[in-house]
Design a protein around this ligand. Structure first.
Ligand SMILES: NC(=O)c1ccc[n+]([C@@H]2O[C@H](COP(=O)([O-])OP(=O)(O)OC[C@H]3O[C@@H](n4cnc5c(N)ncnc54)[C@H](OP(=O)(O)O)[C@@H]3O)[C@@H](O)[C@H]2O)c1
Length: 331
């Protein structure tokens, strides 16, 4: 049961204009299918910024409650999940083609639910969220490709962002030597606290280079920047190393040659969090609650209310956000 009305942050992104802010919704505004979740927390991801602006071309319905991440409690029984179970849901159509987590209530198909793993609160889960889940997929993919801590340092690009922060912390927890690339010199202390052993300036990687290969430095990399940065990272990976690529904050193109692949056996590992099959998603979350749990989780997250979302959604698209913004929908 929902109250007569509840609070939600809603964005209408039709045409070139945008209308967004906190509104009162009723149960009839939620999708017809799925189980009712009392949302505790959501979070702000780069994709939420895109879904809340017309030029982002991410929202497939309008008006929509954005929020690709949801953590809360089931208010109805669902197959395999009794009412009262604390759950996580993210990806698939959530916050893109159906209302997402920026509301006090949501309806989510039962087959998209993940039971909250032991070792995490619903807030912890949203400090991690889609960004941290993507970081976990990246760390697991690197390890499966043979990039183990003894092979050498691992580079993380976009390191102060959501995916980057979680990747730095998870890699450090796993015993890797982590080099963090950032455009925020003031973020150096934050990254060191998360476990980075050294910091480099993002501009070292963002200018097009003339040489197709460079001296190798890293056993692997977690890249959420793409573009010239990813092309430059590939040139610096040791023989047999790998790069897990998940993002495009620096561009969707890849101005690279095949030489790192065919002369050094470097692997480019594609990372997608949206359509990750549910069984794998649940297994990865179980690991996030256990061996991949970032030791410095408390330093990554900071909370906002629904009323403060407008500014945060604008800021994440300019790369100005550090760490993870947790949305306390009941505040
Ligand atoms: N594949 C997937 O399933 C998946 C899942 C989640 C996210 N993503 C993608 O991953 C990327 C990061 O997402 P996020 O939520 O972590 O975003 P975020 O919190 O905004 O972090 C992005 C970081 O990238 C860096 N950056 C920003 N603009 C840049 C530029 N022009 N050139 C180089 N670096 C730049 C900044 O870090 P510094 O200042 O420290 O350099 C920024 O904090 C996005 O493209 C997002 O769409 C993909």
């Amino acid at each position: 049961m929902t109250p007569a009305t509840f609070r939600a942050f809603r964005a209408a992104t039709g045409g070139d204009t945008i209308e967004r802010g906190v509104v009162a919704l009723t149960a009839a505004d939620l999708p017809d299918d799925g189980v009712l979740v009392g949302v505790h927390y959501s979070s702000v991801n780069y994709k939420d910024g895109l879904a809340s602006t017309p030029s982002g071309k991410v929202a497939r319905i309008s008006p929509m409650v954005p929020g690709i991440d949801i953590a809360g409690v089931l208010l109805e029984d669902a197959p395999g999940f009794p009412a009262g179970t604390e759950v996580i849901a993210h990806g698939y159509d959530i916050g893109v083609a159906r209302h997402g987590g920026f509301a006090e209530y949501a309806r989510v198909p039962a087959e998209w639910l993940v039971a909250l793993p032991h070792g995490l609160t619903t807030r912890d889960a949203m400090v991690i969220g889609t960004a941290g889940f993507t970081a976990a997929l990246s760390v697991i993919a690197l390890h499966n490709a043979g990039v183990t801590p003894e092979r050498g340092p691992v580079l993380v690009t976009g390191a102060t962002g959501g995916v980057g922060s979680a990747a730095v912390a998870m890699l450090a927890t796993q015993g890797y030597e982590v080099v963090a690339s950032t455009g925020k010199p003031e973020g150096a202390g934050y990254l060191t606290d998360l476990g980075a052993t050294s910091i480099i300036d993002r501009h070292e990687l963002s200018e097009p280079g003339k040489r197709p290969l460079e001296t190798t430095v890293y056993a692997g990399a977690v890249d959420c920047v793409g573009g010239v940065t990813l092309a430059n990272v590939l040139k610096k990976i040791h023989y047999g190393g790998a790069v897990a690529a998940s993002g495009l904050t620096g561009g969707a193109d890849l101005p690279a040659t095949v030489l790192p692949f065919i002369l050094r056996g470097v692997s480019l590992l594609g990372i997608d969090s949206v359509m990750t099959p549910i069984d794998h998603r649940r297994n990865v979350w179980a690991r996030i609650g256990a061996d991949l749990r970032p030791a410095a989780l408390d330093r990554i997250g900071h909370d906002v209310s629904l009323d403060e979302l407008d500014d945060v959604l604008s800021g994440i698209l300019t790369g100005s956000v550090t760490g993870r913004t947790v949305v306390d929908v009941r505040r």
